[in-house]
Design a binder for this molecule. Sequence first.
Ligand code: SAH
Ligand code: SF4
Length: 375
Amino acid sequence: MTDLPIAGAKPAISEIDQTQLAAWLDARGEPAFRAGQVLAGAHRSSASSFDDLTDIPAPLRAALAADFRFTTIADNHVIGADGGLTAKAVHQLADGQRIESVLMRYPARGRTAERTTICISSQAGCAVNCPFCATGQAGFGRHLTPGEIVDQVLHWHRPPWQALGEDGSRHYNIVFMGMGEPLNNADRVFEAVRLLNDPARLGIGARHITVSTSGNVPGMDRMIDELPQVNLAISLHAATDALRDELVPINRKWPIREVVGAGRRFAARTGRRVSLEYVMIDGLNDTDEQGTGLAELARGWRSHVNLIPLNPTPGSRWSGTPAAGIARFAEIVRDGTTVTVRDTRGREIEAACGQLHAQLSGRSLNEARAAAATA
Ligand code: SAH
Ligand code: SF4
């Protein structure tokens, strides 16, 4: 897909179509097999530029570098937390927009193998405007291109992180839980998923990918038809329309009944469990009444509730529900479905949804880096 051209930017290898690449090679008298070779090389965990594709003749590497970008990401600012288990990147794009992605490593425990989760953005900013979310407060910038979405994953796949291991040999998951509402940018997000799936590229299985939505109903229905293997998570956050209208304003367009209806259709058609995400806000959506309502909404179909304590944004009027309150709420919801209580990873690097970006706003990445170095 070549829409949303960034002024003056060359096409990126992360989103170039294999046929287009083959045509470009053909025009240079190169054999057809080179297209697969270039794509495989560019997606290898050891590659950080065209120069690293050592199985490609040097003149061809130079020609590739002249006509294509190796990545759509112009610059990265990375910080770590949890003793290196969590790392967050603010990526600067060609037109200066900033987006975020987060790497979370879960070490092997008992019989559970090591796992890696990469959380990526689908838009710069977000128009849904949830009042507890830093991205929502920053407003909407623009949609991301498929390449800009894929390049966040490639950032962690490439040196020095190489987080997916060579050819994805580790257990990993990709979640669309960074900045943006993925189903408001469905065409490009779906294309990015296909690029991630492509065996000629990263070959990431759809079952390792989760799309999280604030409740775009037509988008969820498209997922059933177009990406039935991808996991669906719905950010519910309230069990009554009066409260959800405030917390997740897209609810005024698609109310709870329709959102849960789409979740039920997804579960029925795909045979797979749908996660209902619920951010716990002290004294607001953590009442017994909301808990009973949530149990009711989740009962009788393949649902699973994830309770996540709010990670308050700077200046937030709300705080997260204390652990005892979450445990009590979880007991009420368990009457309707299975429940997991999650912790907020990377709290000290403000890893929740757009928070670091909000902090850096108005400064260049170099200034931010300098400030971080002297802090
Ligand atoms: N726009 C999509 C996906 C990105 S947000 C969505 O809303 O689902 C990913 C998740 O982070 C959502 O469940 C969102 O509600 C949650 N989130 C946003 N701000 C948060 C905060 N301050 N603390 C905890 N979770 C937050
Ligand atoms: Fe957008 Fe999701 Fe943040 Fe709401 S929670 S503003 S939908 S990114």
